[in-house]
Design a protein around this ligand. Structure first.
Ligand code: S3P
Length: 432
């Protein structure tokens, strides 16, 4: 078991990069795998989740060459290039891998068996399996087909219109990937806009799709053409460093070349609404995604109320937002976030439980958290619960805690930010 210890600090400083965006890295491999030609990817996130995606597609016969940790070439041969895997497809801890891959498998004329780790074993798959069955795919699994291990027999499928009850990019992307292989038109509606990396990247791979507010549609029978994908830094990883710089006194930190897709920048809006000094400079566009630098200075923070359409734009950042909220004056309310219960862990319960160990005043609600600040944090031994974002959130809390924090099971962090510890050291020693 890896232990990560962080201590109370002053003056984080320097300019750093964060690893490539996880959502975009997964999609670059998957879309490259079903496209025709060589898709070159730069800035790929070599985190455990994206490596699971690579391994699954290799098991379906796709050649993927890794020129370095962060550069790779996916040698796609079109949809038909995928072959029936003779071994199980193991998605590890990755919800994005399993849900998006199911959309691809639904239209392929072969059988596959899909498994994952204990956390994936608890996460609901019926939100994609029900509509995939309506399209004509045969998917079975535990508890009536909603949980791994899954067996998928894909083949001829037809387009559907699906209104998703949750704003989920994984549901939307799964159905669009199935829809591309289906007969006729597929329409996906969601209650508010989830991250739109799939729509942007499919377009760059030559797919025609139409996007209206909350509604994406495309015609089946489309091929993808290989592309060059340059992956920006992951704003979800940057969020931990932004929060750290805000709550550690006398800090000034810049994070360079971060993805600034508006469907992902809700956390910047939230920190700014709390009074945080967070400056954003857009420097360009990479593969259809806006990119820029973020500079943060330590700031006195106030509580904030967050809910509704704001939630999908910062869903993965809520644990670290809760950490910052313990250091803000007044009350922070997070509502409409019951999706947090079905992430890598139940992040409502786990965030509250771990923050209380440090003396924070946190209350769980049906669909979120209420945090009272500002509370001095004491030291404690915390646990990641094998959830990367909980591990990093607690490590950030340790930077403001009287006797620091020890995070147990910190190896989970390699899922999305393998360099996290080194990056924190770099900022602590003021390096660039
Ligand atoms: C992701 C979508 C989000 C997010 C996850 C990555 C993606 O999940 O929480 O970390 O890459 O599509 P949902 O789409 O289920 O909300």
């Amino acid at each position: 078991m890896h232990l990560l210890k962080t201590e109370r600090k002053r003056g984080l400083a320097g300019a750093v990069h964060v690893p490539g965006d996880k959502s975009i890295s997964h999609r670059a491999v998957m879309f490259g795998a079903v496209a025709r030609g060589d898709t070159r990817v730069k800035g790929f996130l070599p985190g455990a989740d994206c490596l699971s995606t690579i391994e699954c597609f290799r098991r379906m016969g796709v050649e993927i060459r890794r020129e370095s940790e962060t550069s790779l070439t996916v040698k796609g041969q079109g949809w038909e290039g995928l072959v029936e895997p003779s071994r199980v497809l193991d998605v590890g801890n990755s919800g994005t891998t399993i849900r998006l891959m199911l959309g691809i498998l639904a239209g392929r004329p072969f059988y596959s068996a899909v498994i994952g780790d204990e956390s994936i074993g608890r996460r609901p798959m019926d939100r994609v399996i029900q509509p995939l069955r309506r399209m004509g795919a045969q998917v079975d699994g535990r508890k009536g087909g909603s949980f791994i291990p899954l067996g998928v027999r894909g083949g001829s499928i037809g387009g559907i219109s699906h209104r998703s009850p949750v704003a989920s990019a994984q549901v939307k992307s799964c159905l669009l990937l199935a829809g591309l292989q289906a007969e006729g038109k597929t329409v996906v509606e969601e209650p508010s806009l989830s991250r739109d990396h799939t729509e942007r990247m499919l377009r760059s791979f030559g797919v025609e799709l139409s996007v209206e507010k909350g509604r994406v549609s495309l015609q089946g029978g489309q091929e993808l053409t290989a592309q060059y994908v340059r992956v920006p830094g992951d704003i979800s990883s940057a969020a931990f460093l932004i929060a750290a710089a805000l709550i550690v006194p006398d800090s000034r930190v810049t994070i360079r070349e971060v993805g600034l897709n508006p469907t992902r920048t809700g956390i910047i809006d939230a920190f700014q609404a709390m009074g945080g000094e967070v400056e954003v400079t857009v420097t360009g566009e990479w593969s259809g995604e806006p990119v820029g630098d973020i500079t943060v200075s330590s700031s006195p923070l106030n509580g904030v109320e967050i809910g509704g359409e704001w939630i999908p734009r910062l869903i993965d950042e809520i644990p670290v937002l809760a950490v910052a909220a313990t250091q803000a004056e007044g009350q922070t309310v997070i509502r409409d976030a019951s999706e947090l219960k079905v992430k890598e862990t139940n992040r409502i319960d786990v965030t509250a439980q771990e923050l209380r160990k440090l003396g924070a005043e946190v209350e769980e609600t049906e669909d979120g958290l209420i945090i009272q600040g500002k509370t001095p944090l004491s030291g404690a031994v915390c646990d990641s619960h094998s959830d990367h974002r909980i591990g990093m959130a607690m490590a950030v809390a340790g930077l403001a805690a009287e006797d620091g924090v020890t995070v147990q099971n910190a190896e989970a962090i390699r899922v999305s930010f393998p360099e996290f510890e080194r990056t924190l050291h770099q900022l602590s020693s003021g390096g660039s």
